[in-house]
Design a protein around this ligand. Sequence first.
Ligand code: FAD
Length: 167
Amino acid sequence: MTTAAGTRLACRAVVNAAGVHADELNNLVSAYKLRIVPRRGEYLLYDTDQGAAFSHTVFQAPSRAGKGVLVTPTVHGNLLVGPNAVEQGSKEDVSTSAEGLAFVLEAARRTWPEAGTRGVIANFAGLRASCAEGDFVIGQPDDAPGFFNVACFDSPGLTSAPAVATS
Ligand SMILES: Cc1cc2nc3c(=O)[nH]c(=O)nc-3n(C[C@H](O)[C@H](O)[C@H](O)COP(=O)(O)OP(=O)(O)OC[C@H]3O[C@@H](n4cnc5c(N)ncnc54)[C@H](O)[C@@H]3O)c2cc1C
């Protein structure tokens, strides 16, 4: 491999775990093309005076778009609600939107009727690396031995990581 600065690197294996950019790296070496469509998830974080409202993470029934909006205490004693699931073109834009946060609050009220803007100290978003074709893509493409994809690692990628790492 040659870097943009002209440095040549030799290695026995490459692991492609580049998040929303994993499709671009795969597509440099393999004819089996991937396409990641980022799916934004927005959250609201409440101050610690709200943290005692829940002692456990509470999920709702999942939908095709994901596991739905949850309400959870954090390890620091805050309360966290979210996320929604909105497909977008940009792989860089992690801004939140008024509509997205309003959707999260409305959905959260099914679990926590008091959910509102009082006590909110931060909001933020993350991008799930969703594959246009569906599931996680794990392993070597047939035409690129030594190149291991851990790509399209959408939710629940974090929970799946120990199983993927030992498989
Ligand atoms: C809103 C939301 C909710 C989620 N909920 C859950 C959940 O409840 N449970 C669960 O298990 N998972 C959940 N996930 C999914 C989980 O967060 C991801 O599966 C996991 O973080 C993916 O980890 P990763 O290391 O593959 O990718 P990332 O954490 O995205 O890391 C990719 C890394 O690659 C680097 N990189 C990218 N391109 C290049 C390049 N060209 N050169 C060098 N480095 C590069 C990036 O800088 C980054 O450090 C959620 C994700 C989101 C966004």
